[in-house]
Design a protein around this ligand. Structure first.
Ligand SMILES: NC(=O)C1=CN([C@@H]2O[C@H](COP(=O)(O)OP(=O)(O)OC[C@H]3O[C@@H](n4cnc5c(N)ncnc54)[C@H](O)[C@@H]3O)[C@@H](O)[C@H]2O)C=CC1
Ligand SMILES: O=C(O)/C=C\C(=O)CC(=O)O
Length: 355
């Protein structure tokens, strides 16, 4: 019997190869006149082309987006937007750049047009993250939700294969946890399963041919679906572990999601059999944890925390942090389960198949 509450976010999504050409029209549609274009240092050339294409609609460019949005960077970008008289921000890039746009929106109220170039999904969520004095805080606020999202698969063709695979599995993680979320609902479940299936098809095709536009389009479509799930329902053990490892030990975001997901699913499998069956079906496998592990391994992604910068000496502290303030999870984890969480982290550290 169905029994749920679903809130739809007010957002406009423009999807299609070449859809970046609609950027000026979309800025106009927001009633904005001057956009500050945001990017990482690495994506500056791409962002310069975008700013040039906007002509007088571009107020300027800020190219210092970095992972986890340091408050100082957010402050500088906000100040530049004010000085330049910008009345909207265009975030061209992955979750780091979208996150910077969100930090500007949170304080200055500038509407964001997000142009995602990875599969992280931040553009579809009202979730923001900010780092101050080495401590990352996350929160939810409807003001940070990008007003318009332009998904142009042409732009993701330059995303290196390694990051394409791990970022795609970051997206799969949102959908997988969405399927066993406490506040899940039938529509989000459909989107989650479809999103996982699209990414499972696309990632091997991208690995074989990084410039394959149809595969890039499929992956971005999957990212949109999985990001929508992340924005609508609560996340659980897997995201808690990744926030701990990324936030406190500075491990790279997409890689950490890729390594941890099979193990978090194995921990939750006994408590969420229906979700596991849907994840496995979407991945074309029999067991959800094993199918995620095979997807990562088979496409050259890391499967061990020790290979992405984790130190063995920090595993105990990571387990302590993860269980101290747990998220809701279908199989509860807290101080009483500390030993099992520590064992899970050890397997992930060593790169063993999920238990
Ligand atoms: N608030 C939310 O809902 C979410 C937030 N995030 C946050 O996003 C951050 C991670 O975002 P990611 O997208 O994984 O990485 P990212 O945005 O840091 O990008 C990783 C690297 O790839 C480069 N890159 C991105 N797209 C490219 C392309 N098409 N071609 C060539 N290079 C490209 C970037 O310039 C950067 O150097 C984390 O801080 C995470 O916490 C992630 C998911 C959801
Ligand atoms: O872990 C994720 O992929 C999802 C959410 C976040 O990263 C939130 C944030 O820390 O910005």
């Amino acid at each position: 019997m169905h029994d749920f509450i679903h809130t739809t976010h007010p957002q406009r999504v423009v999807f299609g190869a070449g859809s970046l050409r609609h950027l000026a029209r979309e800025i106009d549609a927001l009633g904005a006149k001057r956009a500050l274009v945001l990017c990482t240092p690495e994506q500056r050339p791409q962002a310069e082309r975008v700013a040039a294409s906007l002509g007088a609609q571009a107020a300027g460019l800020f190219d210092r987006a970095v992972m986890h949005v340091p408050v100082e960077t957010a402050r500088e970008a906000r100040e530049l937007a004010r000085r330049l008289g910008a009345d909207c921000a265009v975030a061209l890039g992955g979750g780091s750049t979208t996150g910077l746009g969100k930090a500007i929106a949170l304080e200055a109220g500038l509407p964001i047009v997000a142009v995602p170039t990875t599969y992280a999904g931040s553009e579809m969520t009202p979730i923001y993250g900010l780092t101050e004095n080495g401590l990352k805080k996350t929160g939810k606020d409807p003001r940070v939700l990008p007003r318009t999202v332009i998904y142009d698969p042409e732009l993701s063709r330059t995303l290196p294969v390694g990051l394409s695979v791990t970022s795609g599995i970051n997206a799969i993680a949102h959908a997988a946890e969405g399927l066993y979320a406490q506040d899940s609902n039938p529509v989000m479940d459909l989107m989650a399963e479809e999103g996982i299936a699209a990414l499972a098809r696309a990632l091997p095709a991208i690995r074989a041919q990084p410039g394959d536009l149809a595969a890039r389009s499929d992956a971005l479509y999957g990212a949109w679906l999985c990001g929508s799930v992340l924005g609508a329902v609560g996340m659980a053990l897997h995201h808690k572990l990744c926030h701990t490892l990324g936030g406190s030990f500075n491990l790279p975001h997409a890689e950490v999601h890729t390594v941890v997901l099979p193990h978090a699913l194995a921990f939750n499998a006994p408590a969420a059999p229906r979700a596991m069956a849907r994840i496995a079906r979407a991945l074309g496998g029999v067991s959800a944890p094993a199918a995620v592990y095979a997807l990562a391994r088979g496409n050259g992604a890391p499967v061990a925390l020790k290979d992405i910068g984790m130190r063995a000496a920090d595993l105990d502290r990571a387990a302590d942090i993860a269980v101290a303030n747990p998220y809701w999870n279908p199989r509860p984890f807290g101080p009483a389960e500390r030993g099992e969480i520590r064992a899970l982290l050890q397997r992930a550290f060593d790169g063993e198949p999920p238990a």
